[in-house]
Design a protein around this ligand. Structure first.
Ligand SMILES: N[C@@H](CCC(=O)N[C@@H](CS)C(=O)NCC(=O)O)C(=O)O
Length: 202
């Protein structure tokens, strides 16, 4: 059996979700950096692991590849304190992870990536609407977090990790969090969790 291998890209919040949880679980792994701006996730070798051509992809000890950041979080968190055991709480974790993928990441992460990759000009027409939808997602988070400390069950879980990844770097996409005090307080709480690492740590 070999170690876990994570195909990753350091700038990626989706990759960071997995890196952060692996670190918090004290799991050893090998990390392989693929530069997505140079098409390194579209090679035949990588497509054989993830036909969708995207990182993160975690190759398990027996060689099985697992893609999609939130599926990887779920797999790693099963049986740990990062995923509740009660039926409703587990469904609520999924609720927020699906929210992240459908109503948050396509707006906040994508605008940030365009800016990072110098594609702002190419996507100038789309950016205002993506920003509007991103702010809408932050509003949903603000309303939820103004009543509670964490997304589900008053404890830190993979729902928080999934949403933290791109929210804490939202300013890099031009999103201003000044008007979202509950979100900012939650970001600080997440960053205070044991064995937290920054997105820049490989
Ligand atoms: N839904 C996927 C999204 C993965 C994704 O968009 N990965 C980006 C980096 S954040 C990527 O690998 N892009 C490379 C490409 O599209 O060629 C997840 O949550 O893992």
């Amino acid at each position: 059996m070999s170690a876990l291998t994570l195909y990753d890209y350091l700038v990626s919040g989706n990759g960071y979700k997995v890196r952060l949880l692996l670190h918090q679980l004290e799991r050893a792994y090998e990390r392989i950096e693929l530069d997505i701006t140079r098409g390194e996730t579209r090679t035949p070798e990588f497509l054989a692991r993830n036909p969708n051509g995207r990182i993160p992809c975690l190759v398990l000890e027996d060689g099985t590849p697992l893609a999609e950041s939130n599926a990887i979080l779920w797999y790693l968190a099963e049986g740990t304190a990062f995923l509740p055991s009660e039926r409703l709480a587990r469904a609520q974790v999924l609720q927020w992870m699906f929210f992240e993928q459908y109503s948050h990441e396509p707006f906040i992460a994508v605008v940030r990536f365009w800016i990072h990759a110098g594609l702002e000009g190419e996507h100038a027409d789309e950016i205002p609407e993506r920003r509007r939808r991103g702010v809408e997602a932050l509003g949903v988070m603000e309303a939820h977090l103004s009543q509670r400390a964490f997304f589900v069950g008053e404890r830190y879980s993979i729902a928080d990790i999934a949403l933290y990844a791109y929210t804490h770097v939202a300013h890099e996409g031009g999103f201003d969090l000044t008007g979202f005090p509950a979100v900012r307080a939650w970001l600080a709480r997440v960053a205070e969790q044991p064995r937290h690492i920054p997105i820049t740590q490989s």
